[in-house]
Design a protein. Structure first.
Length: 235
């Protein structure tokens, strides 16, 4: 028994004995007997509620392509979570070059293995770069969102855009499909992952030499684009 519990028991027992001295009724003796027989309870601290991890399923933008390990936006997100005292583990299951088809095929096993409480879907950019049919991209992301929800996880879709040289119709349809899925599936949405990076003057300074992958200095901005929506749905 802890010193605190012992002191509480002692104080309560003293009060009960004082009450008995002033009570002529027989149940006063019974009260004292019950106190002696049943020690003051020890209240243990409530254990913290544990949740599943945040599962990030993405492509090279989340897989630290061309970056020093631990400097990508997902690693920065882990540090941000820790700084805000949020005991949530992060599993980065991103693969450079992955498409929505690849993510769709991998997701069931990832859900079964990690049992996430939140799934971040950062896929679709490679679909667009390869000119894949957008109805297939939409279907894949929809199926992944539904699978994650069925597994008990919340979903955050990370939207992307493609350069206008892909054609205005293709670009607009691609950008719009993320919002369309988020609305239909009641999922959270980051409208444009590379906002403030790819859509600014002198954007080339924000990218690696390939002009496709954001450099290390841009990773904090990528997290800043994701964090407000992510924070709203962290369990």
């Amino acid at each position: 028994m802890s010193a605190l519990s012992e002191n509480l028991r002692s104080d309560f027992t003293k009060l009960a004995r004082a009450a008995v001295r002033h009570l002529a009724k027989p149940w006063g003796v019974l009260l004292l007997a019950l106190v002696a027989l049943h020690p003051w309870p020890i209240f243990a601290a409530t254990p913290p509620v544990t949740t599943g991890p945040i599962l990030v399923v993405g492509d090279s933008l989340s897989a630290e392509y061309g970056l020093k390990r631990g400097t990508g936006w997902v690693a920065l997100m882990e540090k941000q979570l820790a700084s805000e005292k949020k005991a949530v583990r992060v599993v980065n299951a991103s693969i450079s070059g992955d498409t929505t088809s690849g993510g769709r095929s991998r997701l069931p096993a990832l859900l079964a293995q990690h049992k996430p409480s939140l799934v971040v879907l950062e896929l679709g950019g490679n679909d667009a770069l390869r000119g894949l049919p957008l109805d297939m991209t939409e279907k894949n992301l929809t199926v992944m969102t539904q699978a994650a929800k069925k597994a008990g996880a919340r979903v955050l879709l990370v939207g992307m855009q493609v350069p206008p040289n892909y054609g205005s119709a293709y670009s607009a349809t691609f950008h719009g499909l993320f919002e369309k899925i988020a609305r239909a599936e009641k999922a959270a949405l980051v409208p444009f992952f590379l906002k403030g990076i790819a859509d600014v003057d002198a954007a080339a300074a924000n990218f690696q030499a390939d002009r496709i992958h954001p450099n290390e200095q841009s990773q904090a901005r990528m997290l800043a684009n994701v964090w407000p929506e992510l924070k709203k749905i962290i369990p």
